[in-house]
Design a protein around this ligand. Structure first.
Ligand SMILES: NC(=O)c1ccc[n+]([C@@H]2O[C@H](COP(=O)([O-])OP(=O)(O)OC[C@H]3O[C@@H](n4cnc5c(N)ncnc54)[C@H](OP(=O)(O)O)[C@@H]3O)[C@@H](O)[C@H]2O)c1
Length: 345
């Protein structure tokens, strides 16, 4: 998923009179606990089609970890070979518009927004106007910041790639994580019969989100019960393709969202590549996708949220100073749903 652009890093020096902010910065790739630190740096400058958002909360997602670690290695081709070109991490944002570029007709200063920005682990972040939408009124800033990357991925995976229809049987592997907790709720809203897969400690949360059945992968394989599914949304665990194909109907659809491995070169992408290569030769449709960051789909998510069909599942909120601990909580697999950074008002 291409989240950040390739502009030069934020200026290192501070000019007289320049407004400063607290931000979590990074000058080399590595473990979050070692390479991320709090620093006072100049507020970002915005372009004509950009918005400066006063960050109230920022979401933590796997993409943030990939960029912090510079793994898998192809990430570095896009974001900087030896060090990340942009110093501040963070993608998901919810906050209040501070200033807008000359070509921006919406939003206006003072508006409450959520969406995807660049360097949101900071007091102010630069965002493209077309990646922001009005913050759902029903949500706090912390809840809204949990939505963008994971919610867009879940929505697009189910609606555009799995093409889930009412009454269809759907298996969601990785139902308890950032993407999965949105996927369960959106799939129910789309009328699917949902089976979620997760570990023992998270069975209750997946059931509480509306899953019709939950498979605890520590006790049972996905094929053990002999059920067949019209679609499988595979978000975690790297289940072998052959196993997934056995639980799909003969013309069923597999959509691979992700799955973490220790592979430093492909990081789990190999399964998606093999699925794409195999798909033309079998009756089942097999593939993966990269989510797209756009405010049309943020608005679709807002409709699900305002109608009460989707509510972000937040496991823990951390202050800006504890971003490394927040990232570790997610990568250790302890989070039920999302981890969020609250930025002091
Ligand atoms: N394609 C895209 O555009 C896109 C966008 C966003 C994310 N992603 C990728 O999607 C993946 C998931 O992201 P996320 O934010 O949801 O991560 P996450 O919050 O860490 O969730 C991971 C999920 O995988 C489950 N899992 C772990 N081991 C498993 C196993 N052996 N069998 C079945 N399930 C298992 C976890 O369940 P337990 O915690 O219960 O063990 C959890 O539900 C990542 O690889 C991320 O990079 C892709």
């Amino acid at each position: 998923m291409a989240h950040e652009d390739n502009r030069p890093a934020e200026k290192a020096g501070v000019a007289a009179g320049e407004k400063l902010m607290n931000a979590i910065v990074q000058d080399e790739y590595g473990d979050a606990g070692q390479v991320l630190r709090l620093e006072r740096i100049p507020r970002p400058e915005i372009g004509d089609d950009e918005v400066l958002v006063r960050v109230r909360a920022a979401g933590v997602d796997r993409g943030v970890w990939h960029l912090t670690a510079g793994l898998p290695y192809p990430v570095r081709l896009a974001f900087g070979l030896r060090a990340p070109r942009t110093r501040v991490r963070g993608l998901d944002v919810a906050g209040i518009v501070e200033a807008v570029g000359g070509k921006v007709t919406w939003p206006r200063p003072g508006d409450e927004v959520f969406g995807i920005g660049q360097g949101t682990f900071a007091e102010y972040a630069r965002c493209r106007a077309d990646k922001l939408a009005p913050k759902p009124q029903r949500l706090s800033f912390e809840q809204a910041a949990a939505v963008p990357v994971s919610g867009l991925t879940a929505l697009q995976g189910l609606r555009d790639h799995a093409r889930v229809q009412p009454g269809q049987k759907l298996l969601i592997i990785g139902a308890s994580g950032g993407v999965g907790t949105f996927a369960v709720q959106i799939a129910k809203a789309l009328g699917a019969e949902v089976t979620g897969v997760c570990s023992t400690a998270k069975v209750d949360v997946v059931r509480s989100l509306g899953a019709d059945r939950v498979v605890d992968y520590t006790r049972e394989g996905i094929a053990d019960a002999g059920r067949r599914y019209d679609a499988v949304l595979d978000i975690g665990g790297n289940t072998p393709l052959g196993t997934i194909r056995r639980v799909l109907t003969p013309r069923g659809t597999l959509v691979i969202v992700g799955g973490e491995t220790d592979g430093r070169w492909l990081g789990g992408l190999d399964r998606q590549l093999r699925a794409l290569a195999l798909s033309p030769f079998v009756g089942q449709k097999l593939g993966g996708f990269l989510s797209s960051e756009n405010n049309r789909d943020l608005t679709v998510l807002t409709e699900f949220i305002e109608s009460g069909q989707v509510t972000p599942e937040i496991d823990r909120t951390y202050p800006l100073t504890e971003v490394p601990a927040a990232i570790r909580h997610m990568t250790d697999g302890r989070a039920r749903g999302k981890v969020v950074i609250a930025v002091a008002d």
